[in-house]
Write a protein that binds this ligand. Structure first.
Ligand code: ATP
Ligand code: MG
Length: 352
């Protein structure tokens, strides 16, 4: 039987509540498809930072580089600045392991009410966000603190190799889906990096994929008004970050949204994590929605070479949402994380 070694990082708050839901579902999927998952768990978190002064140990990345994948719950906690959890854990993992694609599927699920008035039954899109360069750089600084001439400068870094590989990934994905790619730009205002991005998108275009570019402001509006018109959206780090949260909200909430940080070449492990944060307001009460984590685990199954198992997991939680009233309070129900998860697991177990 094939065994996949998975690094588990529950993190903070509800991260530790939704990951057991994901592993329970993975176990059931493995039994159906003849594979097992072996986990090593790491307590890297804001809690560890408060105790030991670092989110992870100095040799942390070395310890997980040979795992087949990383499953992460959520990191972040009140009193710990976001840049600590980001630059102390998430960004080093993404960059060192060359996880340059952040993949965020957005699908409206039956039984999950969204905020839109228009019918959105056909919303099924994927945001491909560049995940390791672009606007999120450490280059820049502040001058003249406290004086009237005070200023801040923040540089963006776009490399030909970095843009090309994520754009190619997005074109490939569009070719395997409905063949429509939209590129997010802002070349009318950002006059160096964005025209460079646009040029590379035009160069990498291929037969079989209809592509267009839209300015980020207009694209954001269209994503609210006509989400069903999109198939694959490719965007820089900042624009992709914003669009994927926007699109997740359109689809019915942050609790159900999944994400994958992919190293498509498989030189290093890829990382799978729900979009939501540690939700301190509900942490410890057992009612966190596990769908984002379960869906992220399904994406991990796709990546590990078990796409049929991934499809079954997605079908199972969709069936619970569409066919029963069992759901967590964020979706208007009264179920606990465990009760919802048991329903999903049951649908993956052999009848009898
Ligand atoms: P981050 O940690 O990324 O900064 P955040 O603090 O902006 O995230 P979250 O921690 O995701 O946001 O919480 C935002 C709101 O959504 C909170 O009210 C939280 O309770 C709710 N929420 C987030 N995830 C879930 C979930 N899985 N189930 C139920 N509610 C959730
Ligand atoms: Mg937070």
């Amino acid at each position: 039987m094939r065994t996949h070694r998975i690094a588990l990082i529950p993190g903070d708050g509800i991260g530790a509540e939704v990951l057991p839901a994901a592993t329970a579902v993975l176990h059931a999927a493995g039994r159906r498809h003849g594979f097992t998952l072996a986990y090593d768990s790491f307590d890297w978190s804001c809690e560890r930072y408060l105790r030991e002064g670092a989110m992870m140990p100095a040799d942390g990345l070395e310890r997980i580089r040979h795992h087949d994948a990383i499953l992460l719950g959520a990191v972040g906690w009140p009193g710990v600045p976001d840049h600590v959890s980001l630059w102390g854990l998430l960004i080093p993992i993404r960059r060192t392991f060359r996880q340059y694609v952040n993949l965020r599927p957005i699908t409206v699920l039956d039984g999950v009410p969204g905020p839109l008035r228009t019918a959105t039954a056909d919303v099924d899109l994927v945001v491909v966000r560049e995940n390791v360069e672009g606007e999120y750089s450490e280059i820049g600084g502040r001058l003249n603190r406290g004086f009237p001439e005070e200023m801040a400068v923040q540089e963006s870094v776009f490399t030909r190799a970095g843009v090309t590989r994520v754009v190619d990934y997005a074109f490939d994905l569009a070719a395997r889906r409905r063949g429509v790619l939209t590129s997010a730009t802002k070349s009318n205002g950002i006059i160096h990096t964005m025209p460079f991005w646009d040029e590379i998108v035009a160069e990498r275009a291929r037969l079989g994929v209809t592509w267009s570019q839209e300015h980020i402001d207009a694209l954001a509006a269209k994503l609210v008004l006509h989400p069903e018109r999109f198939d694959v959206i490719v965007a820089s780090n900042l624009f992709g970050d914003i669009l994927s949260d926007l699109a997740a909200a359109v689809a019915g909430g942050i609790g159900v949204a999944p994400a994958a940080n992919l190293n498509p070449e498989r030189e290093f492990p890829s990382m799978f994590e729900p979009v939501h944060g540690s939700a301190p307001d509900i942490a410890g009460t057992g009612v966190a929605n596990p769908v984002g984590a379960i869906w992220s685990a399904a994406m991990m199954l796709d990546h590990l070479g078990h796409p049929e198992a991934g499809d079954e997991v997605r079908a199972a939680f969709r069936a619970v949402l569409a066919g029963t009233a069992i759901r967590t309070p964020d979706l208007g129900g009264r179920a606990t994380t465990g009760e919802f998860t048991r329903e999903v697991v049951q649908r993956l177990e052999p009848a009898g």
